[in-house]
Design a protein. Structure first.
Lengths: 266, 338
C-alpha cells in the first residue's frame, strides 16, 4: 500500500515536470493537437466515402461500423496518452545509452519510462472516440444499460493494456538489436485493422490480429457485446484474459531485456 | 564496502563484412563476434577510500562501473556493493549509490536546476530535515546558489558538473561513482570539484570510485589506484608503490663549470653500468650535463661524486619520472609482462 502511495506521488511529481516543460512551448502543443484532430476527421470521412459506394459490408451497417470505429479509438487513445515514451525506447534510448538513466534510479524501470511523457495528441483520438460513441447511442445502434458502463470501462482498460503490451514487447527487441522502431511501427500499424470488423479480412490477417498481435480483442470483439450480438463473457471476458496474458509476456520480455541491455560506449 | 569477484563482461555482436556486398552477406550470416570488455577482474574497496580507476579508452573502465552501478549485468562473476548485488537488487542498490557521468547529465535539461533537486528529493525519498542539511553542505562546497534558478541547459560545463555532483549526493549515498568528472573543465573549476570530492569523502566517509584521464585528479585525490588494460587488471595499489615499481628511471641534471671536460668520458665504463641503464646529455651553452639512469642499478651518489671529481658543480637537480609518463607507458601497453 505504501508502495502504491509512493508511486502515485512520484507519478504526480514526474508528470508535472513534463507538463511544465511542454507548456514552455504552447504553440507546439496546440499545433500537435489540431493536427491529430484532423487526422481523425479524415479517418471518418474516409469511412463515409467508402459507404456511399457500398451501403453495407458483410452484413454490417454504417452505424454499426461507426460504433466499432469509435469504440476502437478509446483504448488506443488511453494507451497513446500514457505510454507514448515507449517509442523513444525502441528508437533511441537503447542505442544512445540514454536508458542508463532509468537503471540508476531506485524506481521501477517501466514506471520511469511511462512517466517521462504524456502525449497530448491522444486527446484527439479520445475526443473522436467518445463523439462517435455518443452518436451511436443517440441513434439507438447500441442499447446501453447502467451495468454496461462498468463493463465498458473494464473493456477500455483491458484494450489499453493490450496496446501497451504490444508496444512494450516490440520495443524490448531493441535490447538485442539496439533499434526496434521499424518492428514496433509495423506491429502498431496492425491496430488499424482493429477499427473494422475482422470478418472483412482474409484468413491470414484474421489469424494474425487475433493470435499474434491481438488487436481484434481491442475493439471488434468487445463491441460485439454492446451491439447485442454476443455474451459479455465471450467478449469482454476473453479480452481481459488476452490482456493479462499478453501483459505478462511483454513485461517479462522487457524485464529480461533490461538484463541484456548493453548501454553505449562513451 | 565493495567486493568485486571475478567479474567479466562479454559483448556479442553480429559479424560485419566490408562494403555493400559484405552488408548483404552479414544479413544472412549467423556469425557472431565476441568482445570481452572486462576480463575476470576482482578487487575489494573499504569504506571511505578514494580509488582511481584508470586505463586507456576502451580498456573497460566504464563497463566495470556500469556493472557496479547496476546498468549492466555481468556475464560472469559478481559484485557486492554494501552487501547488495546490483544485478539482482537494482533498486535497493540505486538507493545507496550516487553516479556522475562526466559526458552525460542526469538533470532535467529544460527545467531550472532547483526543480531537478526537488524531483530527486522525491525519488530518493529524502526527508525535509536531511534535505536541508544536505543542501546547506552542498551549497557551501559547490556554490550552487549562484545558478540554482537557471534552466540546466543554460549552465556552463563547470556549473553543470557541480550541479550534477550535487544531484548525485542529495540522498547521502554510501558510494559515489565518478566517470571522468573533470573532463573538459578549466583548472579553477577542476580544483573546486576536487576540493568538493575531498570534503564529501572526509565529512561523510563516502567511498569514491573515480575514472579519469587526468593525472591531477589521481595525484590529488586517490590514495589507491587500480589500472586496467584490455579488460584485465594490471595494477592495484598505492600511488607511491606504482612510482616505485614502474617509475625507476631518474634524471639528474648538473650545472658544471667546465663542460668541455665531459666530452670524452665513457660513463658506462666509469659507473660499471650497461648501455641500457644510462644515457647522458651535454648542453654546452648552458653548461648543463644530465644523466638519465635506472635507480635500481646505479646510485645517484655515485654519479654525483664521479662528476664532482671532474669538475666543480654549481647546481644539482634530480627528477623522478612523472606519473603521467608511467601512465602513458601503461596506455601504450609498454609495461606488459613486467
Amino acid at each position: 500500500m505504501n508502495k502504491i502511495k509512493r508511486y502515485g506521488r512520484l507519478y504526480r511529481v514526474l508528470v508535472s515536470q513534463f507538463l511544465k516543460t511542454i507548456l514552455q512551448s504552447k504553440v507546439d502543443f496546440f499545433i500537435g493537437l489540431i493536427g491529430f484532430f484532423f487526422t481523425q476527421i479524415m479517418g471518418i470521412a474516409f469511412l463515409y466515402l467508402v459507404f456511399e459506394q457500398i451501403p453495407d459490408l458483410q452484413g454490417w451497417t454504417l452505424d454499426q461500423l461507426i460504433f466499432i470505429y469509435g469504440f476502437a479509438q478509446i483504448p488506443r487513445g488511453i494507451d497513446h496518452l500514457f505510454t507514448d515514451n515507449i517509442w523513444m525506447v525502441s528508437w533511441w534510448m537503447v542505442i544512445d545509452g540514454d536508458f542508463d538513466r532509468y537503471m540508476l534510479r531506485p524506481m521501477n524501470v517501466f514506471f520511469q519510462v511511462i512517466c517521462e511523457k504524456l502525449q497530448p495528441d491522444a486527446l484527439g483520438e479520445l475526443l473522436v472516440g467518445f463523439a462517435l460513441l455518443i452518436l451511436s447511442i443517440s441513434k439507438g445502434v447500441v442499447a446501453f444499460h447502467a451495468a454496461d458502463v462498468l463493463l465498458f470501462l473494464v473493456s477500455m482498460i483491458a484494450g489499453a493494456v493490450i496496446y501497451t503490451s504490444v508496444k512494450l514487447f516490440f520495443a524490448s527487441i531493441a535490447f538485442w538489436v539496439k533499434q526496434s522502431g521499424p518492428f514496433l511501427q509495423v506491429a502498431y500499424d496492425m491496430a488499424n485493422f482493429a477499427k473494422y470488423p475482422t470478418e472483412i479480412y482474409s484468413r491470414a490477417v484474421r489469424f494474425l490480429i487475433t493470435w499474434v498481435i491481438p488487436f481484434a480483442f481491442v475493439a471488434y470483439l468487445p463491441a460485439g457485446y454492446f451491439l447485442g450480438q454476443r455474451s459479455a463473457f465471450a467478449t469482454i471476458g476473453a479480452e481481459c484474459v488476452i490482456a493479462v496474458v499478453f501483459w505478462i509476456i511483454a513485461y517479462s520480455f522487457f524485464q529480461y531485456g533490461t538484463r541484456k541491455y548493453e548501454s553505449a560506449g562513451n | 564496502m565493495i567486493q568485486v569477484e571475478h567479474i567479466s563482461k562479454e559483448f556479442v555482436s553480429p559479424k560485419k563484412y566490408p562494403g555493400l556486398k559484405g552488408a548483404i552477406k552479414g544479413l544472412f550470416s549467423n556469425e557472431k563476434v565476441r568482445k570481452t570488455a572486462v576480463d575476470d577482474i576482482s578487487f575489494h574497496i573499504s569504506e571511505g577510500e578514494i580509488v582511481g580507476y584508470i586505463g586507456s579508452n576502451g580498456a573497460g573502465k566504464s563497463t566495470t562501473i556500469k556493472m557496479m552501478t547496476g546498468i549492466l549485468t555481468p556475464t560472469s562473476g559478481q559484485c557486492l556493493i554494501n552487501g547488495i548485488d546490483p544485478s539482482k537488487n537494482r533498486m535497493e542498490n540505486a538507493q545507496n549509490i550516487g553516479v556522475v557521468f562526466g559526458q552525460r547529465t542526469q538533470l532535467w535539461w529544460d527545467l531550472p536546476l532547483s526543480e531537478s533537486f526537488t524531483i530527486l528529493k522525491e525519488i530518493y525519498n529524502v526527508s525535509d530535515e536531511d534535505y536541508k542539511d544536505r543542501m546547506d553542505f552542498l551549497n557551501e562546497v559547490l556554490d550552487l546558489p549562484e545558478f540554482f534558478d537557471r534552466p540546466v541547459r543554460t549552465l556552463s560545463l563547470g556549473q553543470r558538473m557541480r550541479a550534477d555532483l550535487g544531484a548525485a549526493l542529495i540522498h547521502n549515498p554510501k558510494v559515489l561513482y565518478l566517470d571522468e568528472p573533470t573532463i573538459g573543465l578549466d583548472i579553477v573549476v577542476k580544483d573546486k570539484i576536487r576540493d568538493a570530492i575531498r570534503q564529501i569523502n572526509e565529512q561523510y566517509r563516502t567511498t569514491v570510485i573515480l575514472t579519469t584521464h587526468d593525472i591531477g585528479d589521481i595525484e590529488e585525490l586517490c590514495s589507491r589506484i587500480i589500472i586496467i588494460d584490455e579488460g584485465k587488471k594490471i595494477y592495484d595499489g598505492g600511488l607511491a608503490e606504482l612510482k616505485d615499481t614502474y617509475g625507476t628511471s631518474r634524471r639528474v641534471t648538473m650545472e658544471v663549470r667546465q663542460p668541455e671536460l665531459f666530452r670524452k668520458i665513457d660513463w658506462e665504463e666509469k659507473l660499471h653500468a650497461d648501455e641500457s641503464s644510462i644515457e647522458t646529455e651535454l648542453d654546452d651553452e648552458k653548461n648543463l650535463f644530465s644523466v638519465s639512469f635506472d635507480k635500481n642499478r646505479i646510485q645517484v651518489s655515485d654519479i654525483i661524486s664521479s662528476v664532482m671529481q671532474i669538475s666543480d658543480v654549481r647546481d644539482i637537480q634530480i627528477q623522478e619520472t612523472e606519473l603521467s609518463e608511467i601512465v602513458k607507458a601503461i596506455y601504450r601497453h609498454a609495461l606488459k609482462g613486467r
